[in-house]
Design a protein around this ligand. Structure first.
Ligand SMILES: N[C@@H](CCC(=O)N[C@@H](CS)C(=O)NCC(=O)O)C(=O)O
Length: 211
């Protein structure tokens, strides 16, 4: 399988964690999101993912999967062990809720396209953009802080889909200087994940295209 990825893309990072947790090896195909106006916008890449975004996962039979939530669900179905979603439907919904806060309510608001739009179309300064990122990140983290447990990963001793989403979002938060002092549970998850081999393997700094 081929993974189209960019080292510091949070949605690529979450997929790399899912793959590593499940022990699935893939060939990494870097797509540089900044160089040459963004390699994701090249026609050659749009032939792979018409949306012009990473990640994308090309299966060995040629099928291409896009959108990290869909790809992670695919991995959970095809490689069920270890499971990233609990068997109990209520517990499962709680894990998915944390993942959705990150994937739907935080990450899209600091993606490359919207930030460029704020700067170029609306003339916003770097300080304005920083405040924008911090506002929506902190709003989401404040909710997650109340939703996760008091020890271990988000929901216990083993990582779940919630951690797969949360840890890359924390990497982005650190990159954008978002203050995390109000979220001790979240910071604990970050600390524990840093010790876990799958999270280490997926870290942006360990990627072949890392700068
Ligand atoms: N909802 C999508 C988001 C994918 C996405 O927006 N990826 C970003 C990098 S994290 C990207 O490729 N951005 C390029 C662009 O907006 O031009 C997913 O989870 O896969």
């Amino acid at each position: 399988m081929k993974l189209y990825t960019y080292w510091r893309s949070t949605s690529s990072y979450r997929l790399r964690i899912g793959l590593a947790l499940k022990g699935v090896e893939v060939e990494h195909c870097p797509v540089h999101l900044v160089r040459n106006g963004g390699e994701q916008n090249a026609e050659s890449y749009k032939a792979i993912n018409p949306q012009g975004r990473v990640p994308a996962l090309a299966l060995d039979d040629g099928a291409v999967l896009t959108q990290s939530p869909a790809i992670l669900e695919y991995l959970e179905e095809v490689y069920p062990d270890p499971r990233l979603l609990p068997a109990d439907p209520v517990a499962r919904a709680k894990v998915r809720a944390v993942a959705a806060i990150v994937g739907c309510d935080i990450h899209p608001l600091h993606n490359v396209g919207p930030l460029n739009h704020l700067r170029k179309e609306f003339g916003r300064s770097d300080a304005d953009v920083g405040l924008w990122i911090s506002t929506w990140s902190r709003q989401g983290f404040a909710a997650i802080e109340t939703m996760i447990g008091d020890d271990g990963f988000c929901f216990g001793a083993e990582p779940s889909l919630a951690d797969v989403y949360l840890v890359p979002q924390l990497y982005a938060a650190r990159r954008f200087n978002v203050d995390l002092a109000d979220y001790p549970r979240i910071v604990r998850v970050e600390r524990i994940a840093a010790e876990h081999p799958a999270f280490q393997k997926a870290h942006p700094s360990r990627q072949p295209d890392a700068e």
